[in-house]
Ligand binder design. Structure first.
Ligand code: CO
Length: 261
């Protein structure tokens, strides 16, 4: 008798969490400009936020509006302004995943999973992943995402030492390595799906942690028309649209015509 291989710790990037001033204004970019379908919106009172999830290919974008009070999200907005806040991996059993991480001595903000917008969720302590705040989520069973015109492909992470940060993510989450150029950049994730791209902080204006997102669009022309209609400032190349943080709720965003390998 052979035993089946153990289930992977995580199976993909479920969403990236973005702190915004207000959901309504953020929808003008993410829903109306990019065209991401809104999946749901709800008040999460224990986090002091109003949150929304929008589909972006095999992943989602989560928008977080602080409701007031001294919460982590309100402090983030006051200190750093709008922008990338956390990264959420999907796992089939968040309870087993957090127990396994705790047994290895990994610091957790939620030792016991709780209900969040994405299903049962738990946050690791930010110091566990070199300054990247990581959430794990087990979404409700049988959930499917609608098609979206733009797909999340890369979460770019600025690192003091890309090898050390990649090792941390591989040790904690057993992430497969997609490609290595031989240079200082390292990519971890799922072939043909979403991935983390670790880059030296010196190539990211000195910033460490999540610094940018890369997406792929089936058609750049209709996207350009929608972004124009939503008054989004952008740089248009023949194969890429770059939206500056001021137009994308604090997020550096590159949208390419091509699929990545
Ligand atoms: Co989240």
């Amino acid at each position: 008798m052979t035993t089946p291989p153990p289930a992977p710790m995580v199976t993909g990037i479920h969403h990236v969490g973005i702190v915004v001033q207000g959901l309504e204004r953020a929808y003008r970019f993410w829903r109306d400009g990019l065209g991401l379908p809104l999946l749901r919106e709800a008040e999460i009172s224990d986090q002091g936020v109003r949150a929304a999830l929008l589909a972006a290919g095999d992943s989602e974008v989560e928008l977080l509006e602080p409701l007031g009070g001294d919460t982590g999200v309100a402090r983030f907005l006051a200190r750093r302004g709008e922008g990338l806040h956390h990264l959420c991996f999907e796992t089939t059993d968040v309870g087993a995943a957090t127990a396994a991480l705790a047994a290895q001595g990994t610091a957790l903000l939620d030792p016991v999973p709780r209900k969040g917008l994405a299903g049962q969720i738990a946050f690791l302590h930010p110091k566990a992943c070199d300054g990247v705040l990581v959430e794990l989520a087990t979404p409700p069973h049988g959930e499917s995402r609608p098609e979206s015109p733009v797909t999340l492909k890369r979460v770019v992470i600025g690192c003091r030492d890309t090898g050390a940060t990649a090792s941390t993510f591989q040790r904690l989450f057993d992430l497969p390595e997609v490609a290595i150029s031989g240079g200082p950049r390292i990519m971890l994730g799922w072939a043909g799906g979403s991935a983390l791209l670790m880059v030296p902080a010196s190539q990211a204006e000195g910033a460490e942690g999540m610094v940018a997102l890369s997406m792929v669009a089936a058609g750049l022309e209709p996207l350009g028309v929608r972004l124009d209609a939503a008054h989004v400032p952008m740089l248009r190349g023949s194969n890429e649209i770059t939206v500056e943080p001021g137009g994308a709720t604090g997020v550096h965003l590159h949208i390419s015509r091509f699929h990545f390998p």
